[in-house]
Unconditional design. Structure first.
Length: 254
């Protein structure tokens, strides 16, 4: 995707990677709309970041997605980039169904149904733009599982294959599908992850992502160096070593 001159909607970007990416994209000359559930937090973000637009959206609620899409497109008819960012990650113990079923269902609703519904709400509009991008967000754990987070791993694997499939289907349109594959990053995705020595500093991650977007405009997958160990284990032939190393070393893998 081009790094400047876009109008970008990032639902689920009131903190962490999403908010950092929104700020960097705005600094590069893009119009950016931040989406989130908490109106007071959105108001604070708008006050602290002049020029960032905000819209309330709950990506677990189809009616909220429809209302937000209508609002965004009315205010920003030149919207050409969608980044479905919202996601949750929870530790689960699958020995006991009562300990994981609610968590698993919430994870799938947020991490899989959310992006599907968001893309459905915007894909027809995006096809009217001469240069449009859907930037999906999967994870290194789409390619190597962290034992503690089965539903998160599965949800991000689903996003990877959804991205691959949409890229094929939309190849006859103006819409590019690009997949961002974060490693573990110092955010509040899991308790303690912001202090994890195994996680990549947020500023360093976003800086490298921006550089990759700028220098590799035709890339279909955005992979910082830290995620390649997870992403390419099968291709290298050391997948089992990758899985063992991940689960021995990093309780907060993303």
């Amino acid at each position: 995707m081009n790094i400047t001159g876009n109008t970008v909607f990032i639902p689920g970007s009131t903190s962490g990677i999403g908010l950092a990416l929104a700020r960097e994209l705005q600094a590069k000359g893009n119009t950016v709309i931040v989406g989130g559930r908490r109106t007071e937090l959105l108001a604070r973000i708008a006050a602290e970041n002049p020029g960032l637009d905000t819209v309330r959206i709950d990506t677990t609620d189809p009616a909220s997605i429809a209302a937000a899409a209508k609002e965004v497109l009315a205010k920003h008819p030149d919207l050409n980039v969608l980044v479905p960012m919202a996601g949750i990650m929870r530790v689960e113990d699958w020995h006991r169904p009562e300990s994981f079923v609610d968590s698993a269902e919430a994870t799938v609703t947020t991490n899989v149904l959310g992006p599907i519904r968001l893309i459905a709400a915007f894909v027809e509009h995006l096809q009217t733009r001469p240069d449009a991008t859907i930037l999906t967000v999967s994870s290194g754990l789409a390619f190597a599982p962290l034992k503690a987070t089965p539903s998160y791993n599965a949800s991000k694997a689903a996003i990877h294959m959804l991205s691959e499939s949409l890229r094929l289907q939309l190849a006859d349109t103006s819409v590019k599908v690009v997949e961002l594959e974060p490693p573990s990053v110092r955010t509040a995705l899991l308790p303690g992850q912001e202090e994890s020595e195994f996680a990549m500093p947020l500023d360093a991650f976003v800086s490298e992502v921006m550089e990759l977007l700028e220098t590799q405009p035709d890339a279909t997958e955005i992979q910082v160096e830290n995620v390649k160990f997870l992403r390419h284990g099968e291709a290298r032939g050391d997948y089992h070593h990758v899985v063992a190393t991940l689960n021995a070393a990093d309780p907060h893998g993303k």
